[in-house]
Design a protein around this ligand. Structure first.
Ligand code: NDP
Length: 288
């Protein structure tokens, strides 16, 4: 018997709900405690994609009532100048979260800059201190994209405990933290990457599949296990220049129980979780 078509996990709608809840929470933080969360976003150079991301982050912040400040630095900015700015923002009590947009120009050491951000203001969740806390399962600021994926998974109402979860991709911003978060929820996690042998076989065992590869429609529909939950993190262009994910959506949705579309799945969650992290930082800083 053919499986019914998968239910679509509507990331756009879930992200809008998160933002609406944050708007309420921020109002109450302001009224009851005089606290206004602040997000400082630093952009170095002129990468057009980064410019769009930064603009969207600023806009989304203002819409929920977060005070946002953007620092546009020229490509020629030295590492020292950037570190000095980070230091100033670390010391500024009106700044709850600091985000340095990656990638940075080649002459600047990204690791050094990330490590210079106060862990309590690291709303991207990239500082080794926060990564370490995630690893040991302690509460921490979590990287926005996998954090958003967890919320999408929770929206299905499916208990992850004991499920076979396969994460394809092992980047520090998506794959690795994703695996840790699934592990914390008692899934049995397999991490796959470009050297994985028999990737299709691994994927066929997945009751929960998270694809974070960066290759258009790489995961074929018939690799997807019947009834699997499929989360597609990929943001790629297909042959016609249209935005698409890492998974062949049409094929996969004939077998999956739940699936995220691209666009409108994981993408909108990333910024929503950045806002959530900023509010959490502001709360903590105010001792709330
Ligand atoms: P990276 O390029 O850093 O990582 C890609 C991962 O995929 C690597 O671990 C790589 O393996 C693995 N991989 C590459 N080719 C294959 C293959 N043939 N078989 C199996 N694994 C493979 O990308 P990111 O993690 O930063 O991003 C992944 C995707 O998610 C991209 O499309 C990106 O645009 C998107 N993205 C979307 C976000 C959103 O908000 N929706 C946020 C962040 C990313 P190896 O380590 O061996 O090289």
């Amino acid at each position: 018997m053919k499986n019914l078509m998968a239910k679509i996990i509507n990331g756009k709608e879930i992200a809008a709900r998160v933002r609406a809840e944050l708007r309420e929470e921020i109002l109450s933080l302001k009224e009851k405690h005089g606290v206004t969360p602040g997000l400082s976003v630093v952009l170095v150079g002129d990468n057009p994609a980064s410019r769009v991301y930064v603009r969207n982050k600023g806009k989304a912040s203002e819409e929920v009532g977060i005070h946002s400040a953007q620092y546009d630095l020229p490509e020629s900015t030295s590492e020292k100048e950037l570190l000095d700015l980070v230091d100033r923002l670390n010391k500024d009590s009106s700044v709850s979260g600091i985000l340095v947009q990656l990638p940075l120009p080649k002459h600047i050491d990204e690791e050094k800059v990330i490590e210079a951000i106060l862990p309590s203001k690291d709303v991207d969740g990239f500082h080794p201190y926060n990564v370490g806390r995630l690893m040991i399962g302690a509460p921490t600021l979590q990287p926005c994209t996998p954090y958003g994926v967890m919320m999408l998974l929770d929206s299905t109402g499916v208990d992850l405990s004991g499920k076979n979860a396969v994460v394809v991709g092992r980047s520090n911003i998506v794959g690795k933290p994703m695996a840790m978060m699934l592990l914390k929820r008692n899934a049995t996690v397999t991490i796959c990457h470009s050297r994985t042998a028999d990737l299709a076989e691994k994927i066929k065992s997945a009751e929960v599949l998270v694809a974070a590869i960066g290759k258009a429609k790489f995961v074929k529909g018939d690799w997807v296990r019947e009834g699997a939950i499929v989360i597609d993190v990929g943001m790629n262009k297909d042959a016609d220049g249209k935005l698409c994910g890492d998974v062949d959506f049409e094929g996969a949705s004939e077998r999956a129980s739940f699936i995220t579309p691209v666009p409108g799945g994981v993408g909108p969650m990333t910024i929503a979780m950045l806002l959530k992290n900023t509010v959490e930082s502001a709360r903590k800083a105010a001792g709330l």
